[in-house]
Design a protein around this ligand. Structure first.
Ligand SMILES: [Zn+2]
Length: 228
């Protein structure tokens, strides 16, 4: 008898929980109406659902935890080459932290960190920017050191043609809000994006017209010096 009443109670509890869950689900779905759930990278560009299990194990250092959290975020997308750089710990921790901040509210697709980055077609990247890339030839190449990311898509839209869309502008404002010691100091984007935001060199923005012209289709987020 005792067992039966426990069973009956259990059954009531399960039904109650199911009803509650159903209501919660309906409420959640209601608020999700109108929210764009397309992935951070456009189809065929980004890696699919990331298996964060593959990074667990051998060592659970601070860096790998942050990388895992970034890769596990549905708001973060990256090309296979960019994912490989993250896996290989090539990417600067400050850059990972900045991307984590951006992906709290926006979908970000990183096309390149180090692997596969070219300033000029057919010219392999090295420690310095090659001559012929605007007036920046000879300057240190932050991509080469894993201290730069090229973001080609924000909130599912290409940066090119959407530079003044609310999402792209918000990304600029979030970058500007980072404390100076952790803020990227090499932020380059399309001319209209840069003009609309209106930040200067002190906030990390590069304003050289030749560079803006070379960044009509992506936002470059970089750190000029190593963290040490
Ligand atoms: Zn770049």
């Amino acid at each position: 008898m005792q067992q039966c009443s426990i069973l009956a109670w259990f059954r009531r509890a399960v039904v109650g929980a199911a009803l509650l869950f159903g209501t919660a689900l309906l409420t959640a779905c209601g608020t999700l109406e109108g929210v764009d759930l397309t992935p951070a990278c456009p189809p065929g560009v980004g890696r699919g659902k990331w298996d964060t299990g593959s990074l667990k194990g051998e060592d659970a250092g601070m860096g790998s935890t942050e990388v895992r959290k970034l890769l596990g975020s549905p708001n973060f997308g990256a090309t296979p080459q960019a994912v490989r750089d993250l896996e290989k710990r090539v990417v600067d921790k400050r850059l990972i932290a900045a991307l984590r901040l951006l992906t709290k509210e926006h979908r970000i697709c990183v096309q390149t960190f180090k692997e596969g980055h070219y300033f000029l077609p057919g010219v392999p990247d090295g420690p310095r920017i090659p001559e012929g890339y605007g007036k920046a030839g000879g300057l240190p190449n932050t991509h080469y050191y894993g201290r730069a990311a090229d973001v080609w898509w924000v909130d599912g839209k290409p940066v090119e043609g959407n530079a003044t869309a609310p999402g792209a502008l918000e990304v600029g404002k979030i970058l500007a809000s980072i404390a100076s010691e952790r803020r990227p100091d090499q932020i380059i984007g399309p001319p209209t994006w840069t003009e609309t935001l209106g930040y200067g060199r002190k906030r990390g923005w590069v304003l050289a017209p030749d560079q803006l012209g070379l960044h009509r289709d992506h936002i470059h987020i970089g750190y000029m010096n190593d963290g040490g």
